[in-house]
Design a protein around this ligand. Structure first.
Ligand code: GLN
Ligand code: ZN
Length: 757
């Protein structure tokens, strides 16, 4: 018989109980024992939910107090020296690695493949030794068994673990540490085996990336070494894409099963059947989307499972989500305000469990056994397809006319720059900020009051205007050159626009872990996106009415809105993005018509949208850049378009950044000491750049000298006439006093540079 499997489950609890427990512990309001009790409750709930739903393959060790990659680093004693003074193996040390302490910086954090989840980057050294410390996987396995639940420990595979890390001495490849890691890894597996674990799930998501021959050799070496010992059977899990050219390598490994993501890469079943399925291997088919919120097309999913059965045999098939459900919200039934019809279109993690179990029944007992479910599923899908929420004929019409829109600004950058300068009259090294100013408790309280109806729209508007007024005066006094209104009306740079646009849906409890205790609640793009009314014009024009200096209009770009939302699955992503781009274009043109001559379209998520495989980069970048043009290129030469991107590896996308042709791009560079600018230098980037001169993630106020130093350094790689002066990113998480001090010093630094030869 086929079984139902999950690869991992959300960690936060239905109401983000883990977040609360963690934050209260960090604030010293609760004890370690209380934190661990809260964690144990959540773990138990997750296991019980899965068992009650009928899941046969229930994971353990997919839970984490902060991050599963950090867990592996700690487990194998990959603890950098700066954390060594702390009690070994303690939570103090663990959270110091995750979050840093006063004197110690945390491990670096970066995106987990192409998701919005961030993992902590393991830091190795050339002398790195690995050994097994506190065995968390074993402890969790036994914890579940105590509750009468047999689980499958989930481990990050040795190759992915090393590949995701970095060695301090950059000349050394992380993979060269494999021979030292393997004994510890084998010790872990042996311990699990001795405790009675029959199977482990080893995640090697690196199998969906472009691998070198050396990496493939390491894979073979790792698993051959492991297989030579008495260890549990291994289900090798891949996700987020196709194994493609790594299939042969994977199928030759001495393991007993393979999980493939059929949502992202449905053609993989063809590849498997062509290649020949290894006898007796388990085939885990990811047919339920772990990365999105829509109810599955159950008959299509069932057909895929049946196909898998024809390849591997009924007794060898696992019906599974495409990847861990970590990336899905907990339970759509918590959405008590949501219309039942809309709810019937959605499946969060809990609903996905039932989908898996229904499919299991369908494949084991035949279609008839689940005919009610299939019918209900067909009805829900039909109701969604026919819903008026989805279709806006005007949007379709405008998309059809897109071909005739010019692909670029009318004039070349140099000509635009001189026309803009004629009326902007900016000094050299012009100063500006990235958009948001501190969202103080007061601002948040007022918004909460207004949301609860305790404050009228008019009162709230007056309050926001008073904040804008206060900050325009502050910026004038500081001597900034291009001002902003401060974004006080926005909680979040995507949510705000989603709420103003047609086609978006919001949840109350649809939280997804972003990192540690931090969660995001992405809006859901359900229908055609259109902009019924201007979204930002009144705030920006109000700000502009208060000053003779230019005020910059602030918008979130189409790719970022797409990337940070759950996107409808009935249209290609690029088409949804073009719809958003048209809506932003309307806003840009309205801002221009209202007299705003500098407009920033933020695209911090453009880099992270890059596909995992290089072969797919060009087509993504083509449409992403095209969407920026749709949004930005309708304006007059005299209107200055800015864009902003946070910290990213820019080398890979330089041609796209140049093709975007923003008049000014601001980027996060201070933490890399301007090293990121090298990408722009190497590419001979022609337009203006504002490399961030101070880190906004820390409350520390930088000195004038520091910032002037960074600017001088920038001026050695980029022509000074191209340079702007700004912080790394928005200031909304900072306090007011530190922000004023930092900006004052920043303006002074810019003035110093203006007077240097
Ligand atoms: N304009 C936004 C802000 O200042 C940009 C935020 C971001 O890049 N993530 O808050
Ligand atoms: Zn940013």
């Amino acid at each position: 018989m086929a079984i139902a499997a999950t690869l991992g489950f959300p960690r936060m609890g239905p109401r983000r109980e883990l977040k609360r427990a963690l934050e209260s512990f960090w604030q010293g309001k609760s004890t370690e024992a209380e934190l661990l009790t809260a964690a144990a409750d959540i773990k138990r709930l997750r296991w019980q939910l899965q068992r009650e739903a009928g899941i046969d393959w229930i994971p353990s060790n997919d839970f984490s107090l902060y991050d599963h990659v950090l867990d592996m680093a700690v487990l194998f004693d990959a603890v950098p020296d700066r954390f060594r003074g702390m009690p070994e193996g303690s939570l103090v040390q663990y959270f110091a690695m995750a979050r840093g302490t006063d004197g110690t910086s945390a491990l670096e954090m970066t995106k987990w493949f192409d998701t919005n989840y961030h993992y902590l980057v393991p830091e190795f050294s050339a002398q790195q030794n690995f050994s097994m410390r506190v065995n968390k996987p074993l402890a969790e396995y036994l914890e579940a068994r105590q509750l009468g639940i047999e689980t499958v420990p989930v481990l990050l595979g040795p190759i992915s673990f090393l590949r995701l890390g970095k060695v301090r001495e950059q000349s050394i490849e992380p993979l060269s540490l494999l021979p030292r890691l393997l004994p510890a890894y084998i010790e872990l597996l042996t311990a699990l085996h001795e405790a009675g674990s029959q199977w482990v799930q080893i995640d090697e998501p690196c199998l969906v990336l472009d691998l070198t021959d050396a990496e493939r050799t390491s894979l073979r070496e790792a698993y051959e070494n492991i297989a030579a010992q008495s260890v549990p059977k291994i289900m090798l899990a891949t996700y987020f894409g196709s194994i493609a050219d790594n299939l042969e390598t994977a199928l030759a490994l001495p393991v007993q099963g393979l999980h493939v993501d059929l949502v992202r890469a449905p053609h993989q079943l063809d590849d498997l059947s062509r290649h020949g399925w290894p006898q007796d291997w388990r085939l885990s088919v990811g047919v339920i989307d772990g990365r999105n919120v829509w109810r599955a097309d159950m008959s299509e999913a069932l057909a895929q499972v049946e196909r898998a059965v024809s390849i591997a045999g009924l007794g060898q098939v696992h019906v599974a989500p495409s990847c861990s459900l970590l990336h899905a919200p907990w339970d759509v039934e918590l959405e008590s305000d949501m219309q039942p019809e809309v709810k019937s279109w959605l499946a969060f993690a809990v609903q996905k469990l039932s989908e898996l179990c229904v499919l299991k029944r369908g494949v084991n007992d035949g279609k008839d056994a689940i005919s009610n479910h299939l019918a209900a599923n067909r009805d829900a899908r039909a109701s969604r397809k026919a819903s008026r929420r989805l279709h806006n004929p005007d949007v379709a019409k405008r998309l059809a006319q897109l071909e005739s829109l010019p692909l670029a600004r009318a004039a070349a950058f140099a000509e635009r720059k001189s026309k803009q300068q004629e009326h902007l009259q900016l000094p050299s090294f012009p100063t500006t900020t990235i958009g948001s100013f501190p969202q103080t408790q007061h601002v948040r309280d007022m918004r909460a009051k207004w949301r609860k109806g305790q404050m009228s729209d008019a009162e709230y508007e007056l309050f926001l205007q008073s904040e804008i007024r206060r900050w325009i005066a502050i910026q004038e006094e500081l001597g900034l050159d291009v001002l902003v209104h401060g974004e006080f009306e926005r909680t979040d740079m995507v949510e705000y626009f989603g709420e103003k646009l047609d086609g978006f849906l919001f949840t109350r409890h649809g939280w997804v872990q972003s990192y540690g205790s931090r969660c995001v609640k992405p809006p859901i793009i359900v229908g055609d996106v259109a902009r019924p009314n201007p979204m930002t014009v009144s705030w920006t024009s109000y700000a502009q009415s208060l000053t003779t200096r230019p005020v910059k209009g602030m918008l979130t770009g189409p790719v970022t809105i797409l990337q940070w939302s759950f996107v409808r699955d009935d249209l290609p992503r690029d088409e949804v993005c073009r719809q958003i781009a048209l809506a932003i274009r309307d806003e840009v043109l309205d801002l221009e018509a209202a007299g705003i001559r500098v407009i920033q379209i933020d695209e911090p998520a453009l880099r992270e949208g890059l596909p995992l495989r290089r072969a797919e980069w060009d087509s993504y970048l083509d449409w992403a850049v095209r969407c920026f043009h749709i949004a930005a290129s309708g304006v007059q030469d005299e209107t200055q378009i800015h864009t902003h991107m946070c910290y990213a590896e820019f080398h890979d996308i330089m041609p796209a950044i140049q093709a975007m042709d923003a008049d000014v791009i601001s980027i996060e560079t201070s933490r890399s000491h301007m090293e990121l600018l090298q990408a722009f230098e190497a590419f001979h980037y022609t337009n203006d750049i504002g490399p961030g001169v101070y880190d906004i993630h820390s409350p520390r106020v930088p000195t004038v000298d520091e910032m002037a130093g960074l600017l001088r350094k920038a001026a050695t790689v980029i022509h000074p006439a191209q340079l702007w002066v700004n912080p790394d990113c928005g200031l909304k998480t900072r306090g007011e006093a530190e922000t004023l001090a930092a900006l004052r010093a920043m303006v002074t630094a810019a003035r110093q540079l203006r007077h240097e030869p």
